[in-house]
Design a protein around this ligand. Structure first.
Ligand code: GLU
Length: 416
């Protein structure tokens, strides 16, 4: 059986492709030259599997999607209390490049807007380190998160530095309040290099999956970031990751996210998956039009809104066994998207060789709509491959198991 998840991601990508609204960022000359039609989507689950659709190998600069990771680096290096004294955790409701500080404390309001990120970049490694050392540290961290060696695009860097007047004025404002350890020029260089790291959508999904997985790389099982650091980063992303669109974003999509002006958008679903989309045309808030559309659809279709509190179905596959010449798939616990994905992956990677396949859901407590759709789809696909599908559901947790096209499984009355 072929897993339907990749097909689904491709469908989403194609559904947003016709939308050509928005403009590519033109305040950085290299961004103005980007191919506006590029479009990609990638998902890495906390089980370490990656699904992709579209131009997922196209590279682009990470831009502001680096901000959550720089914030994580700074807290790791200096501790939460020190970093809290430098940058707040309040939503700003402002544009990304606003010259603003919190009243009273004079701190930047949060680390997701430029003023906060410029201050944070000063602290990503040892105090007083120059921009080259800080950049090396950030490239190292981003590479570990992505699982491959990344590099700075120095053409993009130079191109942004040539017109970085606004960020320079922000850095001077920060220096006036004592938040710059080096010099304003060095501060902008380090921050701009951090924004100029080249990534592809697949990298970003993997980096984000580490956040979704509490700081542990789901493929290598290496702990890259501390759990409490990750929780803080995700919380700030939830309230401030989308600039002056952050409130509407969280209400509608409900996924902690961060966008970048090159058109990237990352979203972390704690305990489930890291998601990344890429499309260069931006809306008036500086967020990618088609990436937002992709996330809206994903959230809606897969029930990913964080405020939809489904229990996580990470142990959904109790086991598979063969009995009386039949293959038995035993599913347990709550069946949501994550749970169904585990079952689908098992069926896709080792399709039963027996001609009769029994889906035993007698130990399932609850099935959410996406879980239901995906389990029925697995049954439908196996049936199309010539398998006889049998179904054991004594509690009726999955009533009317219509696989589509009027196809019904054989209902078992006794335990298989
Ligand atoms: N390098 C960009 C800037 O500071 C990043 C902005 C963004 O991606 O939102 O202007």
């Amino acid at each position: 059986m072929k897993t339907p998840i990749k097909d689904y991601l491709s469908e989403i990508v194609e559904s947003v492709r016709p939308d050509e609204s928005g403009e590519v960022a033109d305040y950085i000359p290299t961004l103005a030259e980007a191919n506006p039609d590029r479009l990609a989507l990638a998902m890495t689950t906390v089980s370490g599997r990656t699904y992709t659709a579209g131009d997922t190998d196209t590279e682009f600069t990470i831009q502001s999607m680096s901000k959550p990771f720089a914030y994580a680096a700074a807290i790791t290096e200096h501790g939460k209390d020190k970093i809290d004294s430098i940058v707040g955790t309040e939503p700003s409701g402002e544009a990304f490049n606003e010259l603003s500080l919190e009243q009273g404390t004079h701190r930047p309001k949060n680390p997701m807007i430029n003023v906060g990120a410029l201050a944070i970049n000063q602290f990503v490694c040892q105090p007083g380190a120059n921009w080259k050392t800080r950049t090396k540290h950030m490239v190292g961290l981003l590479s570990t998160l992505a699982g491959r060696k990344l590099r700075v695009d120095y053409d993009a860097y130079e191109s942004e530095m040539d017109s970085a007047h606004r960020n320079m004025s922000i850095a001077h404002m920060l220096a006036a309040y004592g938040f710059i350890e080096t010099t304003p020029h060095d501060a902008v260089r380090g921050y701009t290099a951090q924004c100029s790291v080249l990534v592809n959508t697949r990298d970003v999904a993997m980096m984000t999956a580490v956040l979704a997985n509490g700081g542990v790389n789901p493929v290598t099982n290496q702990t890259v970031l501390g759990r409490s650091v990750v929780r803080r980063v995700l919380s700030v992303m939830a309230i401030a990751g989308m600039y002056d669109e952050a409130g509407e974003w969280f209400t509608e999509v409900g996924i902690p996210a961060k966008s970048g002006v090159a058109g990237g958008l990352l979203g972390a679903l704690p305990g489930q998956a890291g998601l990344a989309a890429f499309s260069p045309r931006l809306n008036d808030h500086g967020n990618s039009v088609r990436s937002i559309a992709i996330f809206r659809k994903l959230s809606e279709d897969l029930g990913l809104h964080l405020m939809d509190a489904d229990a996580i179905g990470s142990r959904a596959l109790r086991g598979t066994r063969v009995s009386n010449g039949r293959s038995i798939i035993e599913i347990q616990g709550p069946v949501n998207f994550t749970a169904a994905e585990i079952v689908l992956n098992r069926l896709a990677t080792s399709t039963p060789s027996e001609s009769e396949v029994v889906f035993d859901v007698s130990r399932v407590g609850v099935v959410n709509p996406v879980g239901r759709t995906l389990i029925l789809e697995a049954m439908r696909r196996l049936s199309h491959e010539g398998k006889e599908i049998l179904f054991y559901d004594p509690e009726g947790v999955l009533p009317n198991p219509d696989m589509g096209e009027g196809l019904l499984p054989v209902i078992l009355q006794d335990a298989p």
